[in-house]
Design a protein around this ligand. Structure first.
Ligand code: ATP
Ligand code: MG
Length: 465
């Protein structure tokens, strides 16, 4: 078997129960013609407002090996016809998981999933070929897609499992059947749908329902929800990580600076030191979780530690960039991908660590908080006052924060990110550090784009931007 062939025609038919119009084999899987590679099987998923069937003909024109469809499409050609393309993708995921002979780690949690997943990718790559989810692919199509893309010769697979609503994690975990399941943290994200922090903890803990026999659950030792998580994981072997004295992977000491931290960690009695080039205590917690995952897979933590020294924050999740403004430069902290109370506090703390003349925060609404929304926003006032010299906000919920901070640090409040973006870009001066953050749906990327458009230098540094 050529290991570069991801799916043979026979496997596609066997896995999905569908029929092919002519035999073909796929080297990869695509659900989006904008990122399609020649040789991919294009899967025509039906999304909100968009139906992939409309792109099937284009996909074939672009060199797709075939297209998985459930409706008639204009063009004939190498098609895999199934009853339902989402169910077909899910079956591919399940089949690929049975085919996979390596070890699978799954990551869930209220914050830090993608970062921890990428840290695990970095760490596990030191031991063997590692496949991991793209970006934040963590939902009912993202998890099966990750599984179905697992190369034949992969030794490790890292999946991210997320949720918006109760009941979403367990079935995805049962599909992924992890050997190691990590809960990074429990915080008030999506609390509007879940109702309480306890309900969020229960939902995160349900990842253990998919664990393989003798699988290991990795839980956050510092979380007030640990007892609840433990109770839910009672059928599994449990390992913990954190600063608490009881943690199996324990932070002994850390020194934070503007660019990262120096960490001393005790991993089941084995001590190690690590320079992490991603600032903030939250990054330390993510790296502990990743190291716990490595240890749970029976691998040598010291090799993982060495690999993790190369880790840098991801785009939209703490990536850093210098922007030329006037004759000076502005440090841009791009946190535009995600916003909730826990991640806001983590990012504000990183801003506080920056040795600059003026610290600016540009914050957009944190969504999906339901009734807790107003209090969660206003409740950030102390953290903002401790870290920020000038606050810009946008959105109806952030108005509550803007009004709650001392007048001296109020910059400007706008209705939305589009209105705020040019105002922020104009306000920046050399020697500033500017943090941009909000829920993805608040569109804070517009502010990032406006700041980057104002960049008068061609020189960029530090991080994937
Ligand atoms: N352990 C942590 N504790 C608190 N905040 C964190 C932690 N890790 C990351 N963050 C913050 O959360 C943001 C999002 O990080 P990341 O993308 O890793 O999380 P995620 O759980 O994958 O999010 P999503 O639910 O959007 O997929 C980061 O930009 C950072 O501000
Ligand atoms: Mg994510």
């Amino acid at each position: 078997m050529n290991k570069d062939i991801l799916w043979t025609a026979d496997e596609l038919i066997e896995a999905t129960g569908g029929a092919v119009t002519q035999p073909f084999e796929a080297r990869g899987l695509s659900i989006d013609t904008r990122t399609l590679q020649a040789g991919d099987l294009f899967i025509a998923l039906v999304g909100e407002g968009r139906d992939g069937h409309a792109f099937a003909a284009d996909a074939l024109k672009q060199g797709a090996a075939g297209a998985m469809v459930h409706d008639d499409v204009a063009r004939s050609g190498p098609l895999l016809r199934v009853d339902d393309t989402l169910a077909g993708l899910t079956r591919l995921g399940g089949y690929a998981r049975y085919r996979f002979g390596g070890k699978l780690a799954a990551v869930t949690g209220s914050v830090g999933k993608t970062t921890t997943k990428e840290m695990l990718r970095t760490a596990l790559s030191a031991f063997g070929r590692t496949h991991a989810a793209v970006a934040s692919y963590n939902n009912h199509w993202g998890v099966p897609l990750t599984l179905a893309r697992t190369p034949r010769d992969a030794e490790f697979c890292v999946a991210e499992i997320g949720m918006n609503h109760a009941g979403e994690i367990a079935p995805l975990s049962r599909l992924a059947r992890p050997h190691v399941a990590i809960v990074t943290a429990v915080a008030a994200a999506h609390i509007g749908y879940l109702g309480s922090i306890e309900a969020i903890a229960d939902e995160k803990a349900s990842i253990v329902q998919g664990l393989e026999p003798n699988g290991i659950a990795i839980l956050p030792a510092d979380s007030p929800q640990l007892p609840r998580l433990r109770a839910a994981a009672s059928g599994a072997i449990v390992m913990t990580f954190g600063a608490d004295a009881s943690a199996d992977v324990r932070l002994v000491h850390d020194e934070q600076d503007a660019d990262g931290s120096l960490i001393h960690v005790d991993i089941f009695g084995h001590t190690a030191s690590l320079r992490l080039n991603a600032p903030g205590r939250h990054m330390v917690m993510n790296v502990l979780a990743a190291l716990a995952g490595v240890a749970a897979l029976g691998l040598d933590p010291s090799r993982a530690v060495a690999a993790l020294e190369d880790f840098v924050p991801l785009a939209g999740r703490g990536s850093r960039r210098q922007i030329g403004v006037g004759s000076g430069s502005v440090l841009l902290l791009d946190e535009s991908y995600n916003g909730n109370g826990a991640s806001m506090r983590a990012a504000l703390e990183v801003l506080r660590l920056q040795p600059v003349k003026r610290r600016i925060a540009v914050l957009g609404d944190m969504l999906e908080l339901g009734e807790a929304g107003v209090a969660e926003h206003a409740g950030l006032a102390d953290a903002v006052a401790a870290s920020v010299d000038c606050l810009f906000t946008c959105g109806p919920l952030m108005r509550n924060l803007f009004d709650a901070v001392p007048e001296a640090i109020r910059g400007f409040h706008a209705a939305n990110a589009a209105a705020l973006a040019p105002i922020v870009a104009k306000a920046l001066r050399g020697g500033d550090a500017v943090l941009v953050k909000g829920s993805l749906g608040s569109g804070m990327k517009r502010v990032i784009d406006a700041i980057r458009a104002a960049d008068n230098s061609t020189h960029t540094i530090a991080g994937a931007g």
